[in-house]
Design a protein around this ligand. Structure first.
Ligand code: HEM
Length: 124
């Protein structure tokens, strides 16, 4: 039987919303809209909190395999990089290059890792 811990659906909704609010923020352009930026930051924080809680509950309900832990580690590194790059992008200066590329592509890698974590662990 698959186990989907409380919070995993909410974590998915927050992750999707952080991607959509980020696209909204970029779409408005610079100077950055402070209200949309704050919404984006809070939703992103919610995504991290609910993902961590869901993984914690899952780890209580079922043993996580080494591959599962590696996936969780990679997801954690992606989130950390998103927060670090997001903080620099929020300074208001126009930032180009690797930082922007990372902040634009890592959300999709994080979403793939997120789905893999819950598929792998819940059905594993
Ligand atoms: C779960 C964490 C996060 C995710 C998934 C995420 C996702 C995204 C996405 C998808 C975009 C739009 C990129 C595009 O249009 O191609 C974006 C833009 C942006 N994000 Fe995030 N973000 C996260 C965290 C943060 C944090 C914590 C901050 C600030 C401290 C931040 C600041 C920004 C800024 C300033 C932009 C606009 C970049 C620009 O176009 O110049 N993000 N984000």
């Amino acid at each position: 039987m698959p186990i989907f811990p409380p919070g995993s659906i909410l974590a998915g909704i927050f992750l999707l919303s952080s991607i959509l609010s980020g696209i909204w923020l970029t779409h408005i352009g610079r100077p950055l809209n402070v209200v949309v930026l704050t919404i984006h930051k809070l939703i992103s924080l919610g995504a991290v909190i609910f993902t961590s809680l869901a993984i914690y509950w899952l780890s209580l309900a079922r043993a996580i395999s080494p591959a599962g832990w590696i996936n969780i580690l990679v997801t954690g590194i992606l989130f950390l990089t998103l927060f670090a790059s997001g903080a620099i992008l929020s300074t208001g200066r126009v930032v180009k290059g690797a930082l922007l590329v990372a902040h634009r592509s890592f959300p999709f890698l994080a979403a793939i890792c997120f789905v893999l974590i819950f598929l792998h662990i819940a059905f594993g």
